[in-house]
Design a protein around this ligand. Structure first.
Ligand code: PEP
Length: 252
């Protein structure tokens, strides 16, 4: 089964709307030749409209980095699935380790958000991954299984059709340390197995599992040559149009 790849930029808390527009103006011509794989720019909430306007007419998608699970309400500072979709998003990152670490995101809230994102027609990119202590204690598979079963709870295969997962070993995010392609592929197999248990074998074969953790132009080719790796979620190296374009062109 060949799956087309997805390269998603996670800009985190970087870029103002004018800076985001400037990025897109430089980036679009660099990736105009990319027709098989998908590209998404997951921007800070205040940049979503600007990015959506700037990518109009191209194949590039727009994503948010988080959302609330309620449709609306008294949740100061939060944004809903409907709001981000109406602002031009097709994608949303859920359960990023920085949200888990600093903002109290749990497996249970990821599950609630996943259900609502799918209902809104968004493509959720659900992040899972172990911290260094868990890897060193041999608990990586247990952690991935727990994060996946919790995230998938109560969601049907039909509803989950657009789901994508990002395997992001926490020790590799923003640290310059990258999982070896083989080590990443093993974790992806565990995740795919969980998806198969939850949604069926056919679903799991089509599921895109991205790798995230210090992906750079220099290591993208080796990582992406593993059949299990269906693209990348890229933080630091996605802030510069040239370096993100080089990752998208990993085969060159
Ligand atoms: C991320 O933010 O999801 C990420 C993988 O960051 P970095 O590429 O900087 O490690």
């Amino acid at each position: 089964m060949t799956r087309n790849k997805l390269f998603a930029a996670n800009w985190k808390m970087y870029k103002t709307p004018p800076q985001a527009t400037e990025f897109v103006a430089a980036f679009l011509p660099m990736v105009a030749d990319v027709t098989a794989d998908d590209i998404a720019l997951c921007a800070p909430a205040v940049c979503i409209s600007a990015v959506a306007g700037a990518v109009k007419g191209s194949r590039i998608g727009v994503g948010a980095q988080n959302m609330h699970w309620e449709k609306e309400g008294a949740f100061t500072g939060e944004i809903s699935a409907e709001m981000i979709a109406a602002s031009g998003c097709q994608y949303v990152i859920l359960g990023h380790s920085e949200r888990r670490q600093y903002f109290g995101e749990t497996d249970a809230t990821v599950n609630r958000k996943l259900e609502v994102a799918l209902e809104a027609g968004l493509t959720p990119i659900v992040c899972v991954g172990e911290v260094i202590e868990e890897r060193e204690a041999g608990l990586t598979d247990d952690v991935l299984r727990r994060q996946c079963t919790s995230a998938f709870r109560g969601i049907s295969a039909a509803k989950a059709a657009k789901l994508a997962i990002a395997y992001e070993p926490v020790w590799a995010i923003g640290t310059g340390k990258t999982a070896t392609p083989q080590l990443a592929a093993q974790a992806h197999e565990t995740i795919r197995h969980e998806a198969s248990k939850a949604f069926g074998k056919g679903f799991a074969e089509k599921l895109r599992i991205l790798y995230g953790g210090s992906v750079k132009p220099e290591n993208a080719k080796a990582l992406m040559s593993e059949a299990e790796l269906d693209g990348a979620l890229v933080g630091g190296a996605s802030l510069d149009p040239k370096s993100f374009a080089a990752i998208v062109h990993y085969q060159a």
